[in-house]
Design a protein around this ligand. Sequence first.
Ligand code: FES
Length: 335
Amino acid sequence: MATIQIENGPAFSCGPHDTIMRAAVRAGHGFPYECNAGSCGNCRFELLEGAVHHHRADSPAYGERDQRRNRWLGCQALPESDCRIKVRLDAHYESTYPPRKLAAELVDIAPITHDISEFTFRVVEAQQALPGQYALVKLPGMDAPRAYSMCEVSDDGLTWAFQIKSVPNGKASAVLARLHPGALVDIDGPYGMAYLREDADRDILCVAGGSGLSPMISVARAAARSSALAGRAIHFLYGGRMMRDLCGEPMLQALPGYGERIHYHPVLSAQPLDGAETWTGRQGFVHEAAAELFGERLKDMEVYFAGPPPMAEAIKRMLHDNAVPQGQVHFDEFY
Ligand code: FES
């Protein structure tokens, strides 16, 4: 166990297999982060004293300049001794539910589309999460955990469900495909800032593609049940290439208010369309559909989105072009 002292700030303990950022967040400190995977650079800190090494040696956000300045990535840095570090804490990153590492057992797998399934785990101790957050899941045989968003955490905090898309030739996908109920994994969470803001009294727009379905369903479900947001519309856009990719509607139909204040807008991007059926709905990309559907109204909406990187980038640009205030935009960049 190492002691990490933040210059002009608090000290906290970091366990032998923990990273400095995760240990800080577990201890309730607002250590900045986003992707938890060495990609965004948000968790960078300066090492003033002590020794660390990176779990992921080829972290994309880590460069020569960092090495020269003795800067490290908090989400990857494992301490080799007690350390003194310099980082600016920010209350924005303090967790409502500090993440914990918990053993979990797979209890159910339910297919949603041809390549998305819902995996439900039972954790050994109750742990809560906010709607829209994610967890790090360590699968059997994998050396590093993968970030997956929950679609639901049960009220008692014991059941965590994730909607996960299978990636062709993906290592984690291959492991997931072989899992059966009874399999044991480790879950570390919750993490993430793209959670439902119940205090934001605005109509809600959720935009998803791929396994971005999972956090957006979580946000939509919680918004539908929230008394603080009872008067607010919930618009859910889901983008897929073909009809077989579309999903989410049955989950929204199960919510009170579907068809009245909850609306599903599917969008297809590819031609020709699969199957014999004719698609008469929206075509194009979800960011274009959102701009067409809501235009000027976007500025007055609370926007949540999750999906593959090109989709997320296009949505970010579209929201910027439509002058949506940054504080109303919520997404986690952890791919
Ligand atoms: Fe550490 Fe993104 S690089 S949180």
